[in-house]
Design a protein around this ligand. Structure first.
Ligand code: NAP
Length: 293
């Protein structure tokens, strides 16, 4: 069996088309959704993610203006900036880039973002609401995983979803999203991590397997049962002998696993293609809420 390839770019384009319609409706009321990424210092991965977000904002029609603080900014400087953005009625979404320089307290800064503008769901209030099944903004990466599954016709409802990885930005919120008694969720969820004694024994039981490990080719073909739907969240760079340069790969051994899976996301072009679009979706929702629609 060769797997169906779940096309993240196509699904992102579909979501973007829906968002453009909602933005047009907001603009009739004189509102343009706006997101402000907050970047302290010049972390290269954050700068690369920022370029992607800025591009997606341009494609969809969401306004954006990055708040850049120097690497030696104090905690007070950061909290003051977040407070300004919280009070600015033209700003609907605030995205704080991590990691922050070591002298800064990320949890305190995330907690300072107004929940109404917390479009990446990092404030502990948003995270708590997510777990309780209360309305909130889902963090963009796990939100994208849910949309990829539902929109590709592989709804998690009633399925056994095995997530490898329990980070606060991917594994844990995805568990919280998929376990809810909601449409497009309602799954039985298992979460594996480095404390799991035999991860393969769990991954082989998955109807849907989500890899959020952070290690190239961590999920090998022997860990996957025939017919599983595989979502690869990983972004890793490894040397490519063909070009002598680095190439982007996921956490799944794509070539081998695609021969067993029913469906699989590629890297690049899978989850990564959808993440920044989900940030736009949350920003549009925040703008709609602020505009009372
Ligand atoms: P992370 O914070 O490093 O977490 C990795 C998780 O994997 C941890 O929970 C770790 O367990 C677990 N793990 C590591 N090795 C394992 C193993 N051999 N067996 C079982 N579990 C293992 O990573 P992250 O931030 O969640 O990111 C995961 C991947 O997704 C990375 O490649 C990252 O670049 C990528 N990513 C992609 C997007 C996107 O938009 N597509 C967004 C964010 C991140 P412990 O908790 O026990 O250490």
């Amino acid at each position: 069996m060769t797997a169906e390839i779940i096309d993240g770019k196509k699904i992102a384009a579909e979501i973007q088309a829906e968002l453009k319609q909602r933005i047009a409706n907001l603009q009739k009321k004189g509102v343009t959704p706006k997101i402000v990424p907050v970047l302290v210092g010049e972390d290269p991965a954050s700068l690369s993610y920022l370029r992607g977000i800025t591009r997606t904002c341009g494609e969809v029609g969401v306004a954006t203006e990055t708040a850049k603080l120097p690497a030696d900014a104090t905690q007070q400087d950061l909290l003051k900036k977040i407070d300004e953005l919280n009070k600015d009625h033209n700003v609907h979404g605030i995205l704080l880039f991590l990691p922050l320089p070591k002298h800064l307290n990320a949890l305190e800064a995330e907690s300072a973002i107004s929940p109404a503008k917390d479009v990446d769901g990092t404030n502990p209030i948003s995270a708590g609401k997510l777990l309780l099944g209360e309305e909130t903004f889902f963090p963009s990466t796990p939100y994208g995983v849910k949309e990829l599954l539902v929109r590709s016709g592989h709804s998690p409802e009633g399925k056994h979803v095995v997530i490898v990885g329990r980070s606060n930005i991917v594994g844990k919120p995805l568990m919280g999203i998929l376990v809810q008694k909601d449409k497009g969720a309602n799954a039985t969820v298992t979460v594996c991590h480095t404390g799991t004694k035999d991860t393969a024994a769990f991954t082989r039981q998955a109807d849907i397997l989500v890899a959020a490990v952070g290690k190239a080719k961590a999920i090998t073909a022997d860990m996957v049962r025939e017919g599983t739907v595989v979502i690869d969240v990983g972004v890793n760079f490894i040397p490519d002998p063909a070009t002598g340069k680095n190439k982007q790969v996921g956490d799944v051994d794509f070539e081998a696993v695609k021969e067993k899976a029913a469906a699989i996301t590629p890297v690049p072009g899978g989850t990564g293609a959808v993440t920044s679009t989900m940030l736009m979706a949350n920003t549009v929702r925040a703008a709609e809420a602020a505009a009372g629609t």
